[in-house]
Design a protein around this ligand. Structure first.
Ligand SMILES: NC(=O)C1=CN([C@@H]2O[C@H](COP(=O)(O)OP(=O)(O)OC[C@H]3O[C@@H](n4cnc5c(N)ncnc54)[C@H](O)[C@@H]3O)[C@@H](O)[C@H]2O)C=CC1
Ligand SMILES: N[C@@H](CC=O)C(=O)O
Ligand code: NA
Length: 439
């Protein structure tokens, strides 16, 4: 049998500890499959003595993950610390620069520095694998990087954050509060160290930025993404959506439009009977429209220690199986130096349906005024209904719910601004985009 593949793991939290347990527990099986054993020879963690349910006493401990990356006798550096900056960034840079392969689950790091790191890996002839960074255990990076080579992709979209999908599902299913659902997602190991990244949509944006680059051969540009999270979604929105035959999902969407590449992350109402509406809990889903293949949809566990470690294990096994000089293709599907810049489609030119929920004072003329602003902005309405307000026990408030036909985002913004200026709104208007996938 060939010599062992020596790995160093930095970060022994939810994913790192799962990975260590799985690699140790399946040591012989992996050795059979890969043709050589995979040995954890070095680790870095904040607390060296914590019980993680795995014996790592044979591995050299480094307090500093950058030192591990720079000095340890390893073939592969596995980064499972998280965060877009140091120490993760310096550690991965160091490892690649000295000719070690690297594996990371860190989408924040790659969204910000992926092109630079891919450039180093390609220059040094080593692999930088990151399957776990997008949609957890779903093999979407492999699919886009390898299986779809040669296809032209027009759109990629999906549910890319397990925490948000878990929260939205549990709020609807059990009527639990947003805060309680988030706490449970944290307990289950789904959430980021700072869960704001989940609920405000940044994590989805990091993943979408990587998918966009793989889909369109473009440079990674997280700041080009229109971003809205789920923290403003209320149980009233979820119920109103259900009454209208929709469910609310946090979607990331990247597509080619006449005005460039549109990238957006926002809560979205999808028809209840669509495939994406059935994706519940921590499950993620990614749909890719490819010209030769057609529409590909993949779903599976998007977060959690074992699901994520499964993807990391696959990345490490790929390295163990690769013969020197016969490496896989470029990190981001095409060489980092050939990634293109592109025209960014502005959100104001987005066209789609909209759900608008307004809480208004119960005065004569309000309903007519709202309808008038819609018509002034050429917005065609599918429905407009008035209901007793959520806080209207004394009858002084009403809820007005509008659903529009396909219209320009700019028109909706202008209409909502005009309505707000009229002075009868109570609280902020709620605007949720509607997406009607073909399946
Ligand atoms: N938890 C999940 O479901 C998923 C996580 N990821 C990504 O995997 C990475 C790890 O995530 P988790 O394991 O959930 O996070 P975690 O917070 O549970 O683990 C990170 C570990 O790194 C350690 N750490 C922090 N600074 C360190 C330092 N200077 N030196 C050594 N260790 C240090 C922390 O003490 C912690 O134990 C992140 O990039 C995350 O975005 C990706 C997909 C899913
Ligand atoms: N916090 C993330 C973890 C996986 O990427 C999520 O909830 O999806
Ligand atoms: Na994945």
């Amino acid at each position: 049998m060939a010599h062992a593949l020596k790995i160093g793991i930095a970060g022994l939290g939810t994913v790192g500890a799962s990975l260590a347990r799985i690699l140790n527990g399946r040591h012989n099986k992996l050795a059979d499959i890969c043709g050589r054993p995979i040995e954890i020879v070095a680790v870095s963690a904040r607390d060296p003595d914590k019980d993680r349910g795995v014996d790592l006493s044979g591995a050299t401990f480094y307090a500093d993950p950058v030192a591990l990356a720079r000095e340890a006798d390893i073939d592969v550096f596995v980064e499972l610390i998280g965060g877009e900056g140091d120490p993760a960034l310096s550690a991965v840079r160091e490892a690649l620069s000295r000719g070690c392969h690297a594996v990371t689950a860190n989408k924040a790091l790659l969204a910000r520095h992926g092109v630079e790191l891919a450039g180093i890996a390609e220059e040094k002839g080593v692999l930088l694998n990151f399957e776990a960074a997008v949609a957890g255990g779903i093999p979407v990076i492999k699919a886009m990087r390898e299986s779809l080579t040669g296809n032209s992709i027009t759109r990629v979209f999906g549910i890319l954050n397990g925490t948000c999908n878990y929260i939205l599902t549990e709020m609807e299913r059990c009527g639990l509060s947003f805060e309680d659902c988030l706490k449970e997602a944290q307990r289950l190991g789904y959430a980021e160290a700072d869960p704001t990244f989940d609920v405000e949509g940044n994590d989805t944006a990091h993943k979408l930025a990587l998918l966009t680059s793989l889909a369109f051969g473009t440079r990674i540009a997280p700041d080009d993404i229109y971003l809205e999270g789920i923290s403003n979604i209320t149980i009233e929105d979820i119920r109103a959506a259900a009454d209208l035959g929709f469910r609310i999902k946090l979607l990331g969407v990247a597509q080619r439009t006449d005005s460039g590449i549109e990238q957006r992350v926002h809560p979205t109402m999808v028809p209840k009977d669509s495939v994406i509406a059935q994706v519940d809990g921590v499950t993620n889903a990614v749909a890719i429209d490819a010209d030769v293949l057609g529409e590909l949809m993949m779903s599976g566990p998007g977060a959690g220690g074992d699901a994520t470690a499964s993807a990391v294990m696959g990345d490490i096994a790929d390295i163990a199986k690769a013969r020197p000089g016969h490496q896989h293709g470029p990190v981001l599907g095409r060489p980092a130096v050939h990634l293109e810049t592109y025209e960014r489609a502005r959100m104001r030119s987005h066209e789609g349906g909209y759900f608008i929920r307004l809480t208004v004072e119960d005065r004569t003329g309000v309903f007519a005024s709202i309808a008038g602003h819609m018509s002034d902005n050429d917005i065609s309405l599918e429905s407009i209904v008035q209901r007793p307000g959520e806080n209207g026990a004394n009858g002084d408030r009403k809820t007005v719910i509008l659903v529009t036909h396909a219209t320009m985002e700019a028109s909706v913004r202008k209409a909502v601004e005009a309505i707000s200026a009229d002075g009868y709104l109570v609280g902020k208007p709620q605007v949720i985009r509607i997406e009607r996938p073909e399946s």
